[in-house]
Design a protein. Structure first.
Length: 318
């Protein structure tokens, strides 16, 4: 047998034994796409489908599904959904403003090499720990603390600051403030960590040059730290707003799902939950789609801001 034929056979056998490693990548990413398809994409399409149908339960009798076009959307906008959206925005602002201010202050303190704060690791752990506590546990704790006969009322009466128990959850201002305080406590630690990462990513030589030029700490903060932290600020703002739109568990448990007093703490997701609890899938689908539109727009804004920041960093390195 000629030598060329033997070499060709050996080459073919080697090719057959070669493992196509590039195909394994599809194998490892397949579970994500399968789970996303089954548990996210299909329910999303079903929600859009239900929003155009009359589909609810009246006692033991099921009505629909009957196609009714845009009627569900018309009913949603004829309801108090704008009031619930305003409630959501107000409670989000009350929680986000102190959250960003306190987080910015803490992040500057912890990253300032001149202060040389002791016990930084301990304090970082403490401020992040509330983020690990379930929102339902937080809400139950505050419900017990600020109930009519709770510890807060007992302390105020013993200190003779009030004559009788204060019914905190019957006042709009108090209830909204409690929701905002809980959201602040749960998320300011996470925001602090993100801002710290942003500050630590700033070139230290910029701070040193500013100090050599005689810049005060306030000038360094407002002229260097804040402008260079702007991409992180935008990211934190938009992601926090997305979380604010989805605010549900804290006011739901604190007000027993009623949005009391007088539905002034009823959020968009609580309104959606009302329809789903009543098996009104048509109206629930319409509300979900309406909430989905601003959420998707904000998510796209996060993506664009993140990619633009990455492009700027990449261009700067070149």
């Amino acid at each position: 047998m000629p030598e060329n034929t033997l070499e060709q056979k050996k080459t073919k056998s080697k090719k057959r034994r070669t493992v196509q490693y590039d195909r394994w990548g599809y194998f490892f990413i397949a579970p994500f796409f399968i789970i996303y398809l089954v548990f996210s994409f299909v329910p999303l399409c079903t929600t859009f489908w239900n929003s155009f149908y009359e589909n609810f339960r009246d006692g033991l009798r099921t009505i629909g599904p009957t196609f009714n076009g845009w009627e569900n959307y018309a009913k949603v906008f004829q309801s108090d959904i704008l009031k619930y959206a305003l409630n959501t925005v107000i409670m989000w602002i009350l929680g986000f403003v102190p959250q960003i201010l306190i987080s910015l202050l803490l992040s500057v303190w912890f990253t300032n090499t001149e202060l040389r704060l002791k016990g930084q690791q301990f304090f970082k752990t403490v401020i992040y720990m509330p983020n690990l506590i379930m929102a339902s546990a937080f809400a139950m704790l505050f419900f017990a603390l600020f109930s009519d006969n709770g510890p807060i009322n007992s302390i105020l009466i013993k200190m003779k600051l009030v004559d009788s128990n204060i019914r905190f959850l019957t006042y709009t201002g108090w209830t909204r403030t409690l929701v905002a305080v809980m959201n602040f406590l749960m998320w300011y630690g996470n925001t602090t960590i993100m801002l710290m990462a942003g500050i630590m990513g700033i070139d230290e030589s910029l701070f040193e040059a500013a100090r050599i030029d005689g810049a005060s700490p306030l000038q360094v903060f407002f002229k260097i730290t804040i402008p260079l932290l702007l991409p992180i600020f935008v990211y934190v703002l938009i992601t926090s707003l997305i979380g604010g739109i989805q605010m549900f568990d804290v006011p739901q448990i604190l007000t027993n799902g009623n949005g009391s007093p007088d539905r002034t703490t009823m959020t968009l997701i609580m309104y959606l939950n009302k329809h789903l609890a009543n098996k009104n899938y048509g109206m629930g689908g319409a509300v979900s789609v309406i909430i989905f539109i601003p959420t998707a727009a904000l998510s796209f804004a996060v993506y664009k801001s993140t990619m633009s920041s990455y492009s700027n960093m990449k261009g700067g390195r070149k």
